[in-house]
Design a protein around this ligand. Sequence first.
Ligand SMILES: *Cc1c(COP(=O)(O)O)cnc(C)c1O
Length: 426
Amino acid sequence: MNFIDSFQVKENKLFFSGKDLNDLAEKYGTPLIVYSRKIIEDNIDRLNESLNFNNFSLHYAMKANYNPALLSIIRNKNVGIDAANFNEVSLALRIGFKKESIIASPNNLDRRELLNIKNTGVTINFDDISQFETISDSPPDTVSFRINPGIGKGEFEGTTTGGKGSKFGIPPDIAINGYKMAIKSGVQRFGIHMMTGSNVLDASFFRESIGIFFSIASRIANETGIDFDFIDIGGGFGVPYRSGENPLDLKKLGLYISENISKFKDLFKNKTRLIAEPGRYIIANSAIILTKVTSVKSYDKYIIGTDTGMNILIRPALYGAVHPIISVNRFYDKAEKKGDIVGQICENTDRIGKDVEIQKCEIGDILAILNGGAYVASMSSNYNLLPRASEILIDEDRLFLIRRKEELDDMISTFIIPEHLKLREK
Ligand SMILES: *Cc1c(COP(=O)(O)O)cnc(C)c1O
């Protein structure tokens, strides 16, 4: 992958989805997250073309990015939702997703929260038998358990969600007891779920993990007599973040999944629905973050200071994640030397790029950080009392502000000073 291909170049200027990036930075200020409706829709179309199985549904994992404008685009493409908790379910319902097209995969909720989700009519992938037991006196119509199939793969340890020691899911042998318990409570409809890790570029991992998962589902079906209504293989489809990485081969992915469907055809004989829950794949490359260079130091290390730090983009500090970064003003120059791109946060981990080969930078330059759509805005914070970024959407040739930058009053609006501590005029 050569990331300059994500842009268009006209008269030595850099464009994203048809818009001049310098103009956008000037008009809206920085940090600014710029989304492209077309890229989101293309990503969904590509998934649907390659994964065109009978009774197949995509459910977008909205934790990747829950901006309501973006959710609306996704709803209009007839994609469903995977929600992590009651708030996410509630927002999805407000945006107009039908309850049948929402699935919830929460973990470690209390009874109240689980009942809240259940009462909306949304199906829950229970992360443990104990989560089901918490509400088994008023069981939902459909019960699904999240299986830990014993393997996991993610780009980082922090994004691997299956395998030994995982905080997620239930070992297969134990899950059987959960299904038996649900049958005893009168439940008649069932699903089964796994999610083993995020940002996997290797299609053959999915061949293996889905094969293991389907064989576990078959065994559970045989031992309990259950016909699954749905089988949910989770998300995790990766996108390249480093130059030279190849995109996930969706054709192969589709082929490997259909091989597994044929191999376990008994599982699918009764119109069983196959579900996938991609988050990153749908939204990551649909956005770039624009940031302004605010200082340049060249002592023992080349340090490029910007207005975008770990409050806006935490993935590098959190996992050691890498995001491609390009100089908008000088992209046509050769990368000059390696530098760290840093923000304004009082932490030495506040580096959004480490040893980045970047063009010469001067104060006032604009940089573009790629793959800004997934796990960026939704993970951002007000650390150091800094606002989260403004967000805009490019929709054909029109521009829409879809999140304004927070003001100081927004950020402190939930704090309360007890009366007796307030400064009193003497
Ligand atoms: C995060 C998550 C996803 C989406 O993961 P991606 O790597 O963004 O595709 C899907 N399902 C569940 C249960 C998740 O927690």
